[in-house]
Design a protein around this ligand. Structure first.
Ligand SMILES: CC(C)(COP(=O)(O)OP(=O)(O)OC[C@H]1O[C@@H](n2cnc3c(N)ncnc32)[C@H](O)[C@@H]1OP(=O)(O)O)[C@@H](O)C(=O)NCCC(=O)NCCS
Length: 183
């Protein structure tokens, strides 16, 4: 099978899998709430526009901040990462020891939406790609909020991270933990 991981650029923004392309949960928490009550078409237009603005600004000011996974040219996976200050929803999890934005990459999303493509090590390939990219860029750590007892979480379940050498840095609730990989 032909699996390709490509960085997100202004040219392939529209390949971000549906659902993720219009999700502004991490980037704009207030607008995310505001959009909840909008009529469906208006909501879609608003959120897709906001997401696009976030990527264009972050790519320009920070650099690579996401990937799309393609399987035979079809987008089947997505990841998003940046310093936590650029993903303000991270502050709302009230983690006491979230890494400093200048040294730690915050992985907000890592998702293989197509169920038939899950469990084939594609998520692991994507995570390893992000680890390598972050090392090259001299970041000291990658952090994410992982979920216990369920994989239904923007970046997936805790097991996925522990398997790749992440450790639990902070227990946030019975369900959520902040996990970290030192690079
Ligand atoms: C979680 C996810 C990113 C993992 O990617 P993947 O390619 O399916 O997983 P991999 O094949 O690379 O699995 C590697 C390891 O991660 C862990 N893992 C993967 N999926 C898991 C799951 N659903 N529950 C628990 N552990 C899991 C396992 O330890 C696995 O190793 P094993 O197969 O030897 O047990 C992917 O399955 C996914 O996106 N699932 C949907 C999650 C979701 O609902 N997200 C909502 C987003 S808004």
């Amino acid at each position: 099978m032909e699996v390709l991981i490509k960085d997100i650029t202004p040219e392939n923004l529209s390949d971000i899998p549906e659902g993720c392309r219009s999700c502004i949960y991490w980037e704009f928490p207030e607008d995310f709430e505001k959009a909840r009550v909008m009529e469906q078409n208006k909501k879609l237009q608003f959120c897709v526009g906001k997401k696009k603005d976030w990527f264009l600004k972050t790519l320009k000011e920070f650099g690579n901040c996401g990937e799309i996974v393609y399987y035979n040219d079809r987008p089947i996976g997505y990841a998003q990462h940046a310093p936590s200050t650029r993903l303000p929803q991270a502050q709302n999890y009230e983690a006491k020891c979230l890494g400093k934005p200048e040294e730690a990459i915050f992985l907000s999303c890592l998702y293989i939406p197509d169920k038939t493509m899950q469990g084939k090590r594609i998520g692991t390939r994507l995570l390893k790609h992000i680890i390598n990219d972050s090392k090259k860029r001299k970041f000291r750590a990658i952090e994410t909020f992982a979920r216990k007892g369920s994989s239904n979480n923007p970046s997936g379940p805790i097991e996925f991270y522990l398997k790749e050498g992440f450790y639990v840095k902070e227990e946030l609730s019975p369900e959520y933990v902040l996990v970290r990989l030192d690079l």
